[in-house]
Design a protein around this ligand. Sequence first.
Ligand SMILES: NC(=O)c1ccc[n+]([C@@H]2O[C@H](COP(=O)([O-])OP(=O)(O)OC[C@H]3O[C@@H](n4cnc5c(N)ncnc54)[C@H](OP(=O)(O)O)[C@@H]3O)[C@@H](O)[C@H]2O)c1
Length: 334
Amino acid sequence: MVEPIRWGILATGGIASTFVEDLALLDDCRVTAVASRSAERAAAFAKKYDIPHALDSVQALAASDEVDIVYVATPHSHHYLPTLRLLEAGKHVLCEKAFAYNAAQARTMFDVAREHQRFLMEAMWTRCNPAIREMRRAIKEGMIGEVVSVNGNFSFGGGDLPPSHRLRNPELAGGALLDLGVYPVTLAHLALGVPESVSAVAVMDEVTGVDAQTAITLKYPKAVAQLSCSYRGGPGNEVVIAGTEGRIELRDYAYRPSGYTLVRYDGPSREFEAPYVGHGYVHEALEVHRALRQGRLESTLVPPQSTIEVMEILDEVRAQIGLRYPGETHPKQS
Ligand SMILES: NC(=O)c1ccc[n+]([C@@H]2O[C@H](COP(=O)([O-])OP(=O)(O)OC[C@H]3O[C@@H](n4cnc5c(N)ncnc54)[C@H](OP(=O)(O)O)[C@@H]3O)[C@@H](O)[C@H]2O)c1
């Protein structure tokens, strides 16, 4: 019988709950602690999910002997410093997207993880999704020929979100780009790698000043990615990756697909099914468990370099659309 991996959870918001529900589907781990800014919220969360330790700070979680790895589920603005404190205290960390404000912070986070010999991974669940993994294999095997384009959108009508909501609030590193745009950029990076140039335009939130709607073009030597994100309405959540011989259409919610359609220009289309488990977060948890059990400090499905390269693209977009967060002099500085 293997020792269960002991998870700590930082924050008690929406995604923290969803992730804990998915961890409950796995039999080789336990959630042993939750930490919140508020002792009451930690206690309520612990009671709801039957978690033995409710803590009232990052420091208490970092000091806990009951935890091997912490899932950081705070807003983007509160990823960097808590992750550093947890790594320094000897915890492994799975940190939500957008991983940090910028690539400079992301590099520091991975440097500190290496220095302390701890595992650190961006919680980019899309890269761990079974259909996406299968799609990567199909692309690698040439099923659509040479990739020529990625078209990806992530948008919804968020007209009723209050200005304080993390999507709109600059103090929480809000904006469509870091929250939503990170997904189509990640899929373009997954299919095509680092672009030779980036261009972007945005419509800014009239009240809070963050980007409400952003369009991005990534230019590669022999391909183009056209991506968009928005919380003021838009085309939805589709992604199509096209090549010289065919294209892949990601179904349903493209960032957690349950399969895809392979369209060959010279023949019939084929449907591939690759269902996800639970809410879809089980697969990133399994990737963490595999790495920890094998003594690896880096994920192979979400490697540090891909996180940093995606953050570099987001930095360049922010530089072009003029989006700086409080305290930042430039998106490319930490
Ligand atoms: N992978 C995914 O599919 C996915 C989905 C949704 C969100 N996310 C990411 O997960 C992170 C959290 O998103 P969420 O939807 O869970 O947000 P949320 O519902 O607003 O919860 C965020 C939690 O962070 C804690 N927090 C700490 N400092 C905070 C501050 N200054 N202001 C507000 N909250 C603070 C709060 O918990 P306490 O009050 O207990 O401290 C709060 O409940 C974001 O980075 C987001 O991009 C990922």
